[in-house]
Write a protein that binds this ligand. Structure first.
Ligand SMILES: Cc1cc2nc3c(=O)[nH]c(=O)nc-3n(C[C@H](O)[C@H](O)[C@H](O)COP(=O)(O)OP(=O)(O)OC[C@H]3O[C@@H](n4cnc5c(N)ncnc54)[C@H](O)[C@@H]3O)c2cc1C
Length: 398
């Protein structure tokens, strides 16, 4: 039943952010149209970690039950030394449902995207692929989006969920992605191809000077996900073709045997530069707002980019419903959404940068970091509770 409380919404971009926003709005009875540039809805062939701040929302959306059979519930998050093969510290994930109200999951990105897409299809979201939005206008009484092929979409409000390189963000900020100088190679491979693996019950991040490798199982242990990240010397020299596979191998040459041999099964077909943007608080203007990476692109070190997009989607639907119920215009709902979400997402963006610096230190700083991590009480949740705890959402929002 279409809602007369929620405004008709155009969502631009059909990644995890756009699909989850469309689903959140449609489940509350909103009329939603989604325009995706690509010919089909697709994700990178790699894994994703979902913390309880995201899985709580997925449960409300009816998506958690669909993905759990395909996901792995890891036992621990482990930080290990990539050079001397030593465990530095860990976090027990098994009590997360009791502690944070939902599990910590790792799964294939395709499985998450498919479940969100299926939810959108079931709840009546009008989905358009091959719809590259090149122009968006707030006309005062609505929005009009024009596509490269001449198609036009009209709605009461529009949400730019078009990712790190967002075109819609240009209407909000005059900034560009910032290249951290790090390059990632990543991919999931069938478990049979993996001769050496970390403990299959854990998510393990191997840390070294200017590099790290993350490993975890997917699809009930039938696949193995690996992400290798390193600081590219050729990027620092200004080379155009920086971070090639030879440089990857050289970067990891001083690592322990396990880490070096793991690179043998790493997909080297694609490389990703690691980019973010400076935080901006103004994600809403009139009838337009940003969501997901378009609003707060972050480095991946906290594994929170998609989790934050899910928080956005939930908060957006709440704010629009509250405005509608109070008889206030949708623009006020969008402003309330941005005011609620931006402080927390900006904190996550900033912390992700700092976390990356801590992961990649060398010399004396590395010695100090390692001692602090080894001495850390593994039952201490202070560094994650602000992210995962539901009560912390309220505190972070102000
Ligand atoms: C190496 C790495 C590891 C990561 N690991 C994690 C993790 O473990 N956990 C986690 O939570 N996050 C993780 N992230 C971050 C996460 O992947 C992103 O934050 C998330 O996917 C962003 O989703 P999004 O929908 O906002 O953007 P995107 O996924 O970029 O989607 C944007 C969509 O918009 C479409 N689009 C773009 N322009 C237009 C246009 N003009 N018109 C129409 N459509 C358009 C694109 O085709 C795309 O489908 C990781 C990131 C990286 C790089």
């Amino acid at each position: 039943m279409p809602s007369d409380v929620l405004p008709g919404t155009l969502v631009i971009g059909g990644g995890i952010g756009g699909l989850s926003a469309a689903l959140c709005l449609a489940l509350r009875g909103g009329t939603v149209t989604l325009a995706e540039r690509s010919k089909s809805f697709a994700e990178v062939g790699a894994g994703i970690q979902l913390a309880p701040n995201a899985t709580r929302i997925l449960r409300r959306l009816g998506v958690l039950d669909k993905i759990i059979p395909l996901a792995v519930r890891p036992r621990r998050l482990v930080l290990a030394d990539a050079i001397n093969d030593r465990e530095l510290t860990s976090l027990d994930l098994t009590d997360f449902p009791a502690r944070y109200g939902a599990p910590y999951l790792v799964l294939h990105r395709d499985d998450l995207l498919s479940a969100l897409l299926e939810g959108c299809q079931r709840s009546g979201v009008e989905l358009h692929t091959d719809a590259h939005v090149t122009r968006l206008e707030d006309t005062g009484d609505g929005v009009v989006a024009a596509c490269a092929d001449g198609r036009e979409f009209r709605a009461e409000i529009a949400i730019g969920a078009d990712g790190l390189h967002s075109r819609i963000r240009k209407l909000f900020a005059d900034d560009e992605p910032v290249n951290s100088g790090f390059v990632a190679y990543r991919g999931a491979v069938p478990m049979e191809q993996v001769e050496r693996h970390a403990d299959l019950r854990d998510v393990v991040a191997w840390l070294g000077p200017g590099l790290h490798l993350v490993q975890y199982p997917l699809r009930s242990g039938r696949m193995y996900n690996q992400v290798a990240v390193f600081r590219s010397p050729s990027f620092a020299r200004g080379d155009k073709d920086y971070g090639n596979p030879t440089e990857l191998k050289e970067a990891f040459a001083g690592c322990c045997e396990h880490v070096r041999e793991s690179l043998g099964t790493l997909s080297i077909e694609n490389r990703w530069p690691m980019l973010d943007r400076p935080p901006i608080p103004g994600w809403a203007h009139g009838r337009l707002a940003l969501l997901g990476d378009a609003a707060h692109p972050m480095l991946q070190y906290l594994a929170q980019g998609a989790c934050q997009a899910l928080e956005d989607s939930d908060a957006l639907a709440d704010a629009l419903a509250a405005a509608g119920n109070a008889g206030r215009p949708p623009a006020e709902g969008l402003a309330a959404y941005a005011a609620r979400r931006a402080p927390r997402a900006m904190r996550v963006q900033r912390t992700a940068r700092t976390w990356g610096e801590i992961w990649h230190v060398d010399g004396v700083a590395k010695l100090i970091r390692d001692e602090l991590l080894i001495d850390r009480d593994v039952a201490d949740h202070r560094h994650v509770a602000w992210l995962y705890d539901e009560a912390a959402l309220e505190r972070n929002a102000s």
